[in-house]
Ligand binder design. Structure first.
Ligand code: PMP
Length: 336
């Protein structure tokens, strides 16, 4: 019999897929790591599993314990699913302005949802700060332990990529990978893969959406703009990014990233989220900088069904002044 013993064993070991058009246009081999194939459909399942396993190993969480995190997205889904499979309760604190889709998804994953007003970090009721306080409060009365996941500054997050994603990419390419590129939310993926592969001579690139200041922090070059992509765009050196510096940095506007997402769906059958578009655009920029014949890997972070009301909604795109692909407006294309 062949089976995985539990959900934790479904996390990671994702395949690499050749991105046909990105490869053809650059003369390089551009490969996407299919992180949407994790059980929670995103790369964040890896961080969630690693953060939970680390807390268990440190004796902070015992069976029946509770995981608390302030997050609006993929990490909440990952923590809830992995947490449930390992016998933990999960409480996710989220700003009330987040889409119904996301709230429903986190509830579906089995978490308890606490909604707080959407206020900046300096306000004590900001969702991240509130989640830290809630964990502290629950800890006082819990015998089973309470973990505040704290994904931005908990380096068990990047450890998942030092031990998992990075070595997987090396093995899957037989060590013939020349470059790796991705965007940053917490920095766990970029710094973790970077720490695993940079010492082996692989060039590591940051793909930064507009409106994020990490590119400026690393390069000193000012860049403005805005992005509709979600889950990425960082303004500080998180604990996960400390001790790591990318070799190359690329500023990617939505006007470059979104057509790639739409082409991937139309031409290669993959419905991806916006951050994957930023990543593929970054891999193509690196390919052009390195020249033909190189092998470059990037991350396909999550599946696009999560963004139906935004990225794949013509009214939303129009409201942001973004072009709507012809096939998306609902008019039949093939029926005369
Ligand atoms: N893409 C998406 C859709 C995400 O949710 C995240 C995590 N917030 C990332 C990319 C970035 O991953 P990391 O936190 O490892 O930087």
């Amino acid at each position: 019999m062949q089976f995985k013993s539990d959900l934790a064993h479904l996390v990671g070991n994702t395949p690499l897929m050749k991105l046909r058009r990105a490869s053809e246009e650059t003369g390089c081999t551009i490969l996407g790591k299919c992180e949407f194939m994790n059980p929670g459909q995103s790369v964040k399942d890896r961080a969630a599993l690693s953060i939970i396993q680390d807390a268990v190993a440190r004796g902070e969480l015992h069976p029946g314990g509770t995981i608390v995190e302030g997050t609006a997205g993929n990490t909440g889904i990952g923590l809830a699913l992995v947490g449930a499979s390992m016998g933990f309760k999960t409480i996710i604190v989220i700003p009330e302005t987040q889409s119904q889709e996301k709230k429903d998804m986190i509830r579906l994953a089995g978490a308890e949802l606490v909604q707080v007003p959407a206020v900046p970090y300096k306000n004590p009721n900001n969702y991240v700060r509130y989640s830290g306080r809630l964990a502290e409060k629950l800890r006082r009365t819990s015998n089973e332990g309470v973990l505040w996941a704290n994904q931005f500054d908990n380096i068990a997050n990047r450890q998942a990529h030092i031990d998992g994603t990075g070595p997987e990419v090396w093995a899957q390419t037989d060590g013939k990978v020349d470059g790796f590129v991705c965007a940053v939310g917490t920095g766990g993926t970029l710094a973790g893969v970077g720490m695993a592969l940079q010492p082996k001579g692989v060039k590591i690139g940051l793909a930064d959406p507009e409106g994020a200041s990490l590119y400026t922090i690393y390069t000193g070059i000012e860049a403005g703009g805005d992005s509709i992509t979600e889950g990425i765009g960082q303004g500080r050196i998180t604990a996960n990014l400390e001790g790591f510096t990318p070799d190359m940095c690329f500023k990617i506007p939505d006007s470059e990233a979104l057509p790639i997402v739409f082409d991937m769906l139309q031409e290669e059958g993959l419905c991806l989220g916006g951050s994957s578009g930023i990543n593929i655009a970054g891999a193509m920029r690196m390919a052009r900088e390195m020249g033909p014949g190189h092998t470059i890997v990037t991350i396909l972070c999550d599946y696009g069904n999560r963004y139906q009301s935004k990225l794949f909604n013509p009214d939303f795109l129009q409201s942001k002044g973004l072009p709507v692909p012809a096939w998306m407006d609902g008019a039949p294309q093939s029926i005369p």
